[in-house]
Every structure is written in C-alpha cells, then in structure tokens.
Ligand binder design. Sequence first.
Ligand SMILES: Cc1cc2nc3c(=O)[nH]c(=O)nc-3n(C[C@H](O)[C@H](O)[C@H](O)COP(=O)(O)OP(=O)(O)OC[C@H]3O[C@@H](n4cnc5c(N)ncnc54)[C@H](O)[C@@H]3O)c2cc1C
Length: 475
Amino acid sequence: MKLVWLRRDLRIEDNRALCSAIESEQPVMALYIATPETWQRHGLAPIQADLIKRRLVTLQTDLATINVPLYYAQVDTYQQAAQLVAEIAKSNSLDGVYFNKEYEFDEQNRDARLQELLVHAGIAAHSFDDKCALQPGSVLNKQGHYFKVFTPFKRAYLTRFYQQPISVIRPQPIGEVAQLHGEQAQLFSDNSSFDYPTESSATYPVDTSSIINQLRDFVAHRSERYSDLRDIPSIEGTSRLSPYLAIGALSVRQCMARLHDQHPKPLPPGREMWMSELIWREFYQHLIYFESKLSKGKCFLEWGDRLSWRNSSADIDAWKKGQTGYPIVDAAMRQLNHTGWMHNRLRMVVASFLIKDLHVDWHVGERYFMSKLVDGDYAANNGGWQWCASTGCDGQPYFRIFNPVSQGERFDPDGEFVCQWIPELAAVPRKFIHQPWKWCKAKELSYPPPIVDHKTEREITLSLYKEAKGNVDGA
Ligand SMILES: Cc1cc2nc3c(=O)[nH]c(=O)nc-3n(C[C@H](O)[C@H](O)[C@H](O)COP(=O)(O)OP(=O)(O)OC[C@H]3O[C@@H](n4cnc5c(N)ncnc54)[C@H](O)[C@@H]3O)c2cc1C
C-alpha cells in the first residue's frame, strides 16, 4: 500500500507523485494535513484556507474516480505533520510515501525531516519535481549557476523547453481501494474542518471542469489579445488562474501544454507574452530554491537590508483601507480587500506607493498581501515585492518610481476601474478622476485628500536608497 501526501498539488491530473504511486498498481491512499500554527506563522490568507478546504471536497470526488480515498488530519506544525506521516507509514506497514517537492525553506526542512524518519523506518520516500515545468537546477547559465536576470533565464528556459514536447500525465484507476488503519487520520468528509479562520472564497469555482474550462476559454479566446489588454484593470484581460496555480488545483504544465497544443511554436505575440508570465513564475520558484535567505526575510541585494523606513502606522492603515487619497491605489486595495485578488499592474502600483511614497518596509506589504490574497504564493509574492522595492533579483531600478496619478491616467484613462471601487468619486469629472483634489468641488467629496505629496516623497526615496546603497554599483 502506498501513501501520497498532498500539499499544494490539489489535483489528480498531471500530479507527478500521485501518478507515480498509481503506476505501482498497489492500493494508494491520499492524505492532506492541515497545519494551522505553521499557516499562522506564514500568514496564510483565510480566503485561501477556504479555497483549499472547498477544493479538498471536489478533489475527494476526483480521487474516488480512480479509487484513491482521501484521508485528513490536523496537527499544529509542519514538523508534526512530517512526524505523523512517518507514524502512519510505520503503523500501516506502507511500501512507500510519495510527495511533490516545495522549494521554500520551511517546506524543504519539513520534507528533509520526513525523509530522515522514513529512512530510519526502512520505508521508501519518493519525491517529485512537480511545481515547475522545468525543475530548479535544470536551467543554468554557462558557469553552472542559476540566472540572476530574467531575460537570459527565459532564453535558456525556452531552448530547453522546446527540446522536448511538454507532456501532461493522467492517472488510471486502480483496482483495489486502500484502507488506513488506526486513529491518526480520518476519511475526509464535509465535517473535516481546519482550526483556522476562513473567509468565503465562493466566487472562485473549485471543481476541476470549471478550472479547466477557464483555462481553455482563456487560451482559445483571450490569450491572443493578452499583450494589449493585460495592463488594463477594468478589463478581464488576464487569465485569473493564479488561485488555482497557487494551491496546485492546476499545474503550470497544463497551462503550457494547452497554450502549445492550440498554437505550436512560434507563438503569436499575445500568447508568447502569457508564456513569458508563466516563466516569471518559474523564475521565482527557481530563485527561492537556490536562495534560502529569501524565505528568511532577507533582501536579495544585501544593501536592501540597510534601507531605513518611516513605517508610519497611520500611513500603513490608510494604505490597507484604500484611503490614501490616490484613487488608483485606493481602488486596487479595495479590490484586494473585497475579492482576495488584485490586478498585476495594480500590485506593482500599490507596492511602489507603499515603499517609495510612504517609506514603509516592503515586508509589511508582503505580509499584508499574503494575509489577503486568494492566490498567495510565497515565491511570487516575495519576488513581486522585492521587484518593486528594487532589492530583488532583476528588480525595478530604484530610481524608477511609479507616479500614482500618471499610472492611473495611463491604465484607467476613463476612471472606470476607480469608480467601480470608489463610488464616492462617481460625480468627479473624468478629467480629475485621478487627482480629485484638483476639482473645484473636492471639499464636498467624502474622499480624503492625498496623504503625501508624490514629488516630495520621490526625492526622499532617492536619497534613502542612495544612502543604503553606499558605494554599491548598479540599480
Ligand atoms: C507585489 C506583487 C505581489 C504578487 N504576489 C503574487 C502572489 O502572491 N501569487 C501569485 O500567483 N502572483 C503574485 N504576483 C504576480 C501577479 O501579479 C499574479 O500572478 C497575477 O496578477 C495573477 O493573475 P492572473 O492569473 O490573471 O495572471 P496572468 O496574467 O493570466 O498570468 C498567468 C499566470 O502566470 C503567473 N504570473 C503572472 N505574472 C507573474 C509574476 N509577475 N510573477 C510570478 N508569476 C506570475 C501566475 O501564476 C499567473 O496566474 C505578484 C506580483 C506583485 C507585483
């Protein structure tokens, strides 16, 4: 009998660990373990906890079609989870434990502990690289090191990617249904609950056919115009698949395979751009694997740890609530607070505003995002925040500072997105929608004036960054 420990790989299709366990033709069981204390420490968003919980319900049904029962347990921490899996494996005399690797520091430690315990018990541990299409370490520069710049990474990535056609694997049903003995885990049921706060994620469908249809629809009908529309927040110009990629309800290979199945190489520009975004995801996964300091709160560039911050709690509060007086920033933060998702362009704008207009440590924003995002993913979130803080691997140059007014005017010219989230501004003439304080009736609005002056803060940022960088060359 084999056990597959599911974590952020909540699907049966193209799940390497699961498919491999099934190939052995022995009974297979799946196990999911909630770890609320570790989740709390990692700042898992209640909306993502809910998405996971709902996904487990549909996953159980999917697993039943291949005769794999889903078991469930809850402990406090990752280390206890590793211990529990090893105990279950021992007490049930399992032939092997299968799992897909995760590349963050705590996750690597958890899996190393499991391997140790299993080796000690004489039980085989089978781990798989499933999270990326090309695993960390498979895309290296000529010196054999990982890439520190995205463009050459992408070039090398695509060369490798096109050497071998991408394949998506599907599990076949197995004959006998496995049964777990003992009290350590129970069959998953609607009553299985996490001791963790949840917030409704009901607007995100979790059944496999809806997710696959969303992928198909995007690739068939919308990917072509991705490069034109991806920066306009009032339009559904992006795939909105990130929540599913984050919990592994969908694999990146399924996305890439669908893209190439419909449109063989060379991809037309819109589709090529979408592929490129998927490669950014891979870039950050590789980075987190090679640089454990990124999982420990450190900046990629060392001088970044010397930056000094104002960290005003009133400013942080206004930013979180969407009350900064800059409409594009506030609309975006309200979108995040209400839906658990934020448009990519706006993630960059609000992050830049927090860091470079309010002089708040980027870790504050990183943590707030994790606590709210339905698609929270440590590597992508850390990569995104460090990119905006200019302290990251191939980040934005520190002297490039988004102007929140011109970003609004450029990407939401008619204020459509702004008015959707800030009804207080409905009466403002479009000409002033991104700087309502300039409108003659601004005083009548129940909307705050800007909490800072962008021009002034920009100058302060330039000097703070120069001071932190000292004599270090480059951006
Ligand atoms: C400050 C900041 C924080 C972010 N935090 C997260 C996060 O926690 N989780 C997350 O999945 N993405 C994060 N991103 C990246 C990006 O904003 C989201 O992946 C994207 O908005 C998701 O929407 P979509 O699925 O419609 O994306 P699409 O545009 O359709 O892209 C397809 C997929 O590619 C991946 N992707 C796209 N852009 C990026 C990127 N810049 N970096 C890494 N992967 C990317 C995502 O998995 C996405 O679902 C962050 C970006 C920034 C600037």
